[in-house]
Design a binder for this molecule. Sequence first.
Ligand code: NAD
Length: 290
Amino acid sequence: MSDSPTAGAVVIDGKAIARAVRNQVAKDAARLSSERGVTPCLAVVLVGDDPGSRIYVTNKEKAAAEAGIATRDHRLPASTTEADLTRLIRSLNDDRQVHGILVQLPLPDQIDTRTVLELVSPNKDVDGFHPLNVGLLHMGRPRFVACTPRGVMEMLRFHEIPLSGRRAVVIGRSNIVGRPMAALLEQANATVSICHSRTADLPGEARSADILVAAIGKARFVRGDWIKPGAVVIDVGINRTDDGKLAGDVHFEEARERAGYITPVPGGVGPMTIAMLLANTILAAEQASA
Ligand code: NAD
């Protein structure tokens, strides 16, 4: 464990926890190969040339390769039609060698994102975005869970942070982060509030939290005096500031003075997201070969 003790909070080392998850993934991949003759395989689909998306996709493919997961790289031009993409996804759904399918978002305007995500086989839905997997999660029967909230739960588990009976506040209600995050915390027996842009007294709600998760998309929005002393602060945000640096949704320097635990940006939740994508790919390969 590589916590760095500070004046205030323990800074949660997402890189180290992600490394531990990736080591386990590599062991699982080797076991699947030796016991079942299966090489887990992730198909990665990128449409267009958004520089951020290109970096994400390259990082995901590199991490997969390091863990012994094969990748199929499908990079399509920005002019790709929905019909072309539909054909590709159907062929990946039918391909028995492919266990997981990741469609990098955002997609270009001419393609309806919801249609495409619903086309991905729920059995290969390693991002956990298909309505069937979303429904299973909300029924308390999680199968493929969105990678970022799953990664946050892994961080909390790693530090043995108790959740049962504690108050958790999630700021943000996106389908990718906020909603699945709240569902997972509730299923771990926390009492959960979801806050959003219309919440009346956001600082007051935040101050009630033993566990505070910020998934807003606004740099340094959560201030130090919003933090209950000793709270666990999980910062999901990744924002570019005017000076080109990365910043989370939480004002880190202020919040660390009051928090018990805090995640930094970068080096917090971000590395966990990729690690959990790999873990979900192993799950898909295990289920397909069971
Ligand atoms: P989103 O834009 O879909 O959702 C943002 C949410 O924040 C919305 O539900 C909105 O109601 C809420 N919000 C916006 N303004 C608010 C305000 N003033 N007060 C209270 N709530 C407000 O974003 P998202 O996809 O959930 O991502 C959130 C952040 O997390 C972004 O910075 C994104 O880059 C980052 N992110 C990081 C990872 C990772 O791996 N670390 C993964 C996904 C997203």
